[in-house]
Design a protein around this ligand. Structure first.
Ligand SMILES: [Zn+2]
Ligand SMILES: [Zn+2]
Length: 242
């Protein structure tokens, strides 16, 4: 009976979504939009990489290291763990979710992000069921985009991992787009942009979820606010290193 239902459900999904790989156009079954081959091709984060931001390093290096960007930084989070290195394929998926409103891509991105939790540094968070906290959008941008990509990724990620997803953060001030700002300008731009929701109770830790890790300014500011609300540790998990 269950198989019959799954078959009917799968075919219904095939009607809703064309069942085509978003990257290569090959047919894929039952509501998926990334084929196995394209998914496997996306470069997973692997050593050696910066222990703080995940930036890759060409060449051999045995010891843990921090990249030049992170070496002189004191972030409020412990470290960021992107699931993937930057690649054209990963960029396309993230970009089309966000700007092309292809919400069905969020599940594929969440499935890819599960691999970040193979990092032993995330074992504690996973075992203790720390909350996954999406980086929020300001309501004005949320209204315009109609969804928050970080939350759309966090929800199926939480289901896959058996971890709660809690919207603990609010963006209380709209901020200029960050892309053209230097790091110090970004930090100033974000100061006071986030707050925790009323009634938030801290704990051993929280995992901040975002689509891309770039300079770490947003993650730092969110982590700072969560730490202030009583979370002892904040770890950042993203789909991709920007
Ligand atoms: Zn494909
Ligand atoms: Zn780094």
């Amino acid at each position: 009976m269950r198989r019959v239902l799954r078959g009917i459900f799968g075919r219904a999904l095939d009607l809703v979504y064309p069942g085509i790989c978003h990257l290569c156009g090959e047919g894929v079954p039952g509501g998926r939009c990334l084929c196995r081959a394209c998914g496997d091709e996306l470069p997973r984060l692997r050593a050696p990489h910066c222990r703080i931001c995940g930036q890759g390093f060409d060449g051999r290096i045995e010891a843990e290291f921090a990249c030049p960007n992170c070496r002189d930084q004191s972030f409020a989070f412990e470290f960021a763990r992107p699931a993937l290195f930057r690649s054209d394929g990963a960029m396309t998926l993230v970009h089309d979710l966000k700007y092309g409103r292809r919400l069905e891509l969020a599940r594929e991105l969440a499935d890819l992000t599960v691999s970040a939790f193979s990092d032993p540094r995330l074992a504690e968070a996973h075992e203790q069921g720390w909350p996954l906290v999406p980086v929020p959008l300001h309501r004005r941008r949320h209204h315009w985009r109609q969804f928050n990509q970080s939350r759309e990724i966090a929800r199926p990620l939480g289901r896959r991992l058996g971890m709660p997803v809690l919207d603990l953060l609010r963006r209380i001030r709209p901020t200029e787009t960050q892309t053209r700002l230097s790091r110090s300008q970004r930090q100033k731009n974000l100061r006071g942009a986030f707050a925790v929701r009323r009634g938030t109770v801290g704990g051993a830790g929280a995992v901040l979820v975002d689509d891309v890790f770039t300079t770490g300014s947003t993650a730092h500011e969110c982590a700072r606010v969560l730490r202030k609300a009583g979370f002892q540790k904040v770890i950042v998990v993203t789909v991709m290193r920007g």
